[in-house]
Every structure is written in C-alpha cells, then in structure tokens.
Design a protein around this ligand. Structure first.
Ligand SMILES: Nc1ncnc2c1ncn2[C@@H]1O[C@H](COP(=O)(O)OP(=O)(O)O)[C@@H](O)[C@H]1O
Ligand SMILES: [Mg+2]
Length: 257
C-alpha cells in the first residue's frame, strides 16, 4: 500500500549502500523499500551485521546511500547539500543511539536544549514550561542540573530522548537505544516510547535485536543480509517469546531461499 506523501513520515525506495570488504564490494543494505506512516512504531530486527544500523543511518541522513531515495515528510534528502541536510536533521529528525552521546561539560538541561540553541532558537518561558512538563513525564526533573557522569545509564538515555524530541521531529529514530541498559532501565525506556507513540502519536523507527524491546512496536521489519526478509504486526503476540519464535522463523526461511 502506498500512502500519500503527507501521511508518510519516512519513505525509503530501493535503498542500497555498498561497502568494500577486502577487495570486494557488498551490499550492507540492499534494495530496501520501507514506508513508515505518521504515528507508526516500527522495529527493525536482524542479527548483528544484517544492516540495521546502516539502514537507520541512511534514513537519518547520517550517511549517503549508494543508490535509492529517502523521503522524510515527502522531502527527498538526497537532493539536499550536506549543509542543508545538517540543518534539516537538527530541525526535523530525532536520533538516539546505544551510547547516549551527551556533552560531558553541559548539565542535563543544557544537553537537552543544545539542538535548539545550536539552531539559534530562543527558549522562551512558554516553550520551557511545555518542555519541563515533558521532562517531568520522563522523570528527569531532579536530574536537570546534574552533569552526565552523575546520571545512571537509564537517566542518560532519557536525557538523550528528551534532546532528540525537543525540536518536535517528524520521527524518532533509535539505534539499539536500550543496548547498554539493564532489564529494568531498558523496559522503562520502552514504556516511554510506547507512551510517546500511543498518547502523542509520535512516529518511531527503532532498531533492535532484542525481542523484549521489539514487542513494544506495532510492526516488525526483519532484515537479513541487508534485505527485508519479512514483516509482521506485533498485535497477534502476547509476549516476547512468541515474537522471537516468529522472527527466527522468518530469518530461517530467508536463509534457506
Ligand atoms: N563504514 C563501513 N565500512 C565497511 N563496512 C561496513 C561499514 N559499516 C558497516 N559495515 C558492514 O556492513 C554490514 C552491516 O553493518 P551494520 O549496519 O552495522 O549491521 P547491524 O547494525 O545490523 O549489526 C556489516 O557486515 C558491517 O561489517
Ligand atoms: Mg548496529
């Protein structure tokens, strides 16, 4: 089903990224087509090396595809210059990684507001009030004046999430956001993502290899050797173990093709 551009947050068409290994070329991402309507919550799953991070980085405009096109809210990012893309990314994309990438000499609040400040935006009282209400939901109110090294991993990732969302991006793109966290902190981040999606209709594209994280999404896209091996909705699954079984089945079926 092809949706109208205005209802699609992300559209990737025939996306391919070639890398060289030794002296041969291979497709880290191979002819991937993906549509993420606004309000969707998609998890890209796949084994290590299946091309998940490469695909997400291409969609985030952090790397350029060898061929293919990415549209964000109907705008083709390959047509943008590096400078235009940098500004577009700061204004329209929210990106979080496994490592929280906070600036150590800035407080949590200064880290969160950094993209707005870098964009020359004034953070007036009304905006700050709105943002503080959201930080309260993230349970960050008592951490705002602290520096990253005084925060737990879960707190740092919630700061990174707040930072990614402060400019109201089209979509939140997250690459293994729970990869460095213990079970409880990981599930807490998932609960935040679930709430953002359900209550605020935030569009989320999440990369993970963990069924217990992916089960929070609405839809799973399985990558294998850079290609989409299958897709399924999560609503039919009661728990992560059932989802893991379905995921393995798709990965195996594509391996024997
Ligand atoms: N910058 C790069 N140069 C060459 N090969 C790369 C580069 N980045 C990733 N790869 C290779 O591309 C494949 C996909 O990597 P990646 O997207 O990181 O997978 P995943 O995130 O699923 O673990 C792997 O074989 C990896 O070694
Ligand atoms: Mg990866």
């Amino acid at each position: 089903m092809t949706e109208n551009n205005s209802t699609l947050a992300v559209k990737a068409t025939d996306l391919t990224k070639k890398y060289t290994r030794g002296d041969s070329e291979f497709d880290a991402v191979s002819h991937v087509n993906l549509e993420v309507p606004k309000g969707d919550f998609v998890a890209i799953m796949g084994a290590s090396g299946s091309g998940k991070s490469t695909a997400l980085h291409l969609i985030a405009g952090l790397a350029r595809p060898t061929s293919g096109e990415i549209e964000i809210e109907g705008k083709a990012i390959s047509k943008m210059s590096d400078r235009e893309l940098t500004v577009f990314r700061r204004r329209r994309m929210g990106i979080v990684f496994q490592s929280y990438n906070l600036i150590p000499h800035l407080t949590a609040e200064e880290n969160i507001l950094f993209p707005l400040r870098a964009d020359g935006r004034t953070v007036d009282a009304a905006l700050l009030e709105r943002l503080r209400a959201f930080w309260e939901e993230l349970d960050l109110t008592n951490q705002l004046s602290q520096y990253p090294d005084a925060l737990s991993g879960g707190q740092q990732q919630r700061v990174a999430l707040a930072r990614a969302l402060c400019a109201e991006p089209v979509a939140l793109l997250a690459d293994e956001p729970t990869g460095n966290l213990d079970w409880t902190s990981s599930q807490n981040i998932c609960r935040v993502l679930d709430k953002l999606n359900k209550e605020e209709e935030r569009t989320i594209l999440l990369v993970t290899h963990e069924p217990a994280v992916a089960v929070w999404a609405k839809r799973i896209v399985v990558l294998r050797d850079g290609k989409i091996a299958g897709e399924f909705a999560t609503r039919e699954f009661r728990d992560a173990a059932e989802l893991a079984a379905r995921y393995q089945e798709i990965a195996r079926a594509s391996a024997s093709r």
